[in-house]
Every structure is written in C-alpha cells, then in structure tokens.
Design a binder for this molecule. Structure first.
Ligand code: ZN
Length: 188
C-alpha cells in the first residue's frame, strides 16, 4: 500500500512524487509488528532514503550523509503526513477533538518518524555503515524527534485515519457519551 500524497498539502507538487511507502504503517498501536513485516518495511524505508539521496541537489552520498541531512529528509516527509498538527494560533490548539476543520498543516506523526528513524538506523549499519558515523543516531536527530513529540502532544494532532465518523451501534446499548451534535463554536 502506497502513501498517497495529500492533495490538501500546501506544497504538493507531487506530479512525479517519489514512491513513498515509508510511513505507511502509522504506529499508533503498541503491538510490535511481526519480524518479516518489520524487515520488509525497513527495506522499503532504506530504498526510499536511497532514492532521496539520489535526487538530492547537490548530490549526496551516503558516506557524507549527516544528521542534518536526516532532518532534511524527515521534514521533507512531512508533506506526505496525515496527522493534523494545530499551530498555536489555531482555536483548536490543544483540542482533543476539534468540531470543525481548520487550515493547520498535516504532518508525519511523531510515532511514525520515531519508528522510521529506528529502522533506518538499523538498515544503515546492516548496509555497511559504521555505527560511529550513523547519521540516524545523531544527537540532532534525537533532539528533533523529542521536539516533535512534545509539540505534537501539545497540539494534540489527530490522525485523519482515525477521524472516521462513529455511528452508535444499536439503540439498546449504553448511549454514547460524546456530545455528537454539539454546534461548533467557530461557525460564523
Ligand atoms: Zn488547527
């Protein structure tokens, strides 16, 4: 399954977009995937990163790749993200379940990035890279991930995948607690 670039993305010039299945599995669950699945995901991620290096201007070899380039890569992936991250000026900033749409950007969820970096870090060494040179283990990358986590936790980003409308099952069950029909405060 490929990750479709989001059409609402502000800078989606994805006519010839890369083949991106990297963040296909949002890691919202804590159950570890089976080994073979992890391995194939890792291989796909590694290929995607290789592709990224190949298309990089100026050209960039793996050997010269630094933590800064990894950050560049992670930011580049944000345009394919599916997690709404509210900006501090958005009325829904910190809102766990916004009642209306807003123009805030979609990003890669922290959990996806964190898992991705872990896989690429392993792949780098499996492909002959030296641990001491591993750009995916760079301090800057760790700091960036921590920053993203804190920011997204504050903004309460909500994955679009999970935003499906819930229908209450049957009537004689316990009534759903949510205020389903609340009018949005921001309708004007
Ligand atoms: Zn927002």
């Amino acid at each position: 399954m490929d990750l479709i670039p989001n059409p609402e993305s502000p800078n989606s010039d994805n006519a010839s977009g890369p083949h991106l299945s990297v963040i296909g599995t949002a890691s919202s669950s804590s159950t570890p995937p089976s080994l073979s699945r992890y391995e194939s995901q890792k291989r796909r991620d590694w290929n995607t990163f290789g592709q990224y290096l190949k298309n990089h201007r100026p050209p960039l070899s793996l050997a010269r790749c630094s933590g800064a380039h990894v950050l560049e890569f992670l930011r580049y992936l944000d345009q394919f993200g599916k997690t709404k991250v509210h900006t501090p000026v958005c009325p829904f900033f910190g809102h766990p379940a916004p009642p209306a749409p807003c123009p805030c950007p979609l990003r890669q969820a922290w959990g996806s990035l964190d898992a991705l970096v872990g896989r690429l870090r392993a792949a780098y060494e499996e492909n002959g890279g030296k641990p001491e040179n591993n750009p995916f283990g760079a301090r800057a990358v760790r700091l960036y991930l921590r920053e993203v986590r804190e920011h997204q936790a504050k903004a309460r980003g909500i994955s679009y995948e999970k935003k499906k409308r819930k229908k209450p099952p049957t009537r004689d069950q316990t009534p759903p607690p949510g205020p389903a029909g609340t009018t949005a405060a921001a309708t004007s």
